[in-house]
Write a protein that binds this ligand. Structure first.
Ligand SMILES: Nc1nc2c(ncn2[C@@H]2O[C@H](COP(=O)(O)OP(=O)(O)OP(=O)(O)O)[C@@H](O)[C@H]2O)c(=O)[nH]1
Ligand SMILES: [Mg+2]
Length: 257
């Protein structure tokens, strides 16, 4: 009888897994962010940021919440490793795209006490033309890698959360406006992508007689948002986890794997 009751209880209390695919370019801060989320949720300590090495392959993390187990896949973002990403698309239920916010900041928004090259080059001057070019190149790499995912229909159908991490690099004066400004910029870029895709599709279809025109907005990431986080001071972690849990609850219940 005891076994029957405990068996029924564990079946009843079993939470569905919700697969969260965490992607972004190398060094964006995916692994550090997830480690901080783990430490925050389990009330344990996080790893020192400097000790987090680039991911080769995948990191997996399960975190149990009231209604679901968030099952994170954190994949290496280095260009040669991105070819394994599509293996996860079919099973993914939400996409988290991580970007280093400092690549999107204007010079006056950057936290002055911070220098990205400090560890490697003590003589490096902040804000040099080459540093600005490097930031622009990293921003472009991240944006074009995200844009290229739109060719996968499965990914376009998923909720998308863009995480601007390393928020501790934003000066306190710019903290409230930086996320809003970057979100506006990303919204414009996403809309631009969609328009370009629709016009390409229209051009193709005009050459094929009798085909219906594509519906406006058919390729949009309809459910998307931007959150600012920091793996250093824990900014934004509650917002990130709440957003994911809300999506986990919205999808139809299914059995655990
Ligand atoms: N100041 C600060 N530094 C961070 C933060 N997150 C990550 N870093 C630094 O950025 C480096 C790269 O972070 P990772 O988490 O390894 O980046 P990743 O996206 O997992 O990179 P790959 O595994 O190569 O795809 C870390 O070693 C940290 O030093 C943050 O929130 N604040
Ligand atoms: Mg990593």
């Amino acid at each position: 009888m005891y076994h029957l009751i405990t068996g029924l209880y564990s079946e009843w209390s079993r939470r569905p897994k919700f697969n969260v695919l965490v992607l972004g370019t190398s060094g964006a801060g995916k692994t550090a962010l997830l480690d901080k989320v783990r430490a925050w949720h389990t009330r344990t300590s996080s790893r020192a940021l400097a000790r987090i090495a680039p991911t080769v392959g995948q990191n997996v993390l399960d975190l149990t919440f009231k209604h679901a187990i968030l099952h994170f896949w954190d994949l290496g973002g280095e260009a040669s490793l991105r070819k394994i990403w599509p293996q996860y698309f079919e099973e993914a239920e939400v996409l988290v795209w991580v970007m280093d916010i400092s690549d999107w900041l204007d010079e006056d928004e950057i936290e002055r006490s911070y220098s990205k090259e400090q560890d490697d080059d003590d003589d490096h001057e902040r804000g040099t033309a080459s540093e600005q070019e490097a930031r622009a190149a990293r921003q472009e790499d991240s944006w074009s890698a995200l844009a290229s995912l739109r060719s996968h229909s499965r990914i376009r159908a998923l909720p998308l959360l863009i995480v601007l991490t390393k928020m501790d690099h934003v000066s306190s004066a710019a903290a409230s406006s930086a996320r809003t400004r970057i979100k506006g910029l990303l919204a414009d870029r996403l809309a631009g992508l969609e328009e370009a895709e629709e016009s390409d599709l229209r051009d193709e279809m005009e050459n094929i007689e009798g085909l219906a025109r594509p519906k406006a907005g058919s390729g949009t990431w309809e459910d998307w948002d931007v959150v600012g986080c920091s793996a250093k001071d824990g900014t934004g972690l509650a917002t990130l986890v709440d957003w994911l849990n809300a999506r986990a609850q919205q999808r139809p219940r299914r059995s655990n794997r």
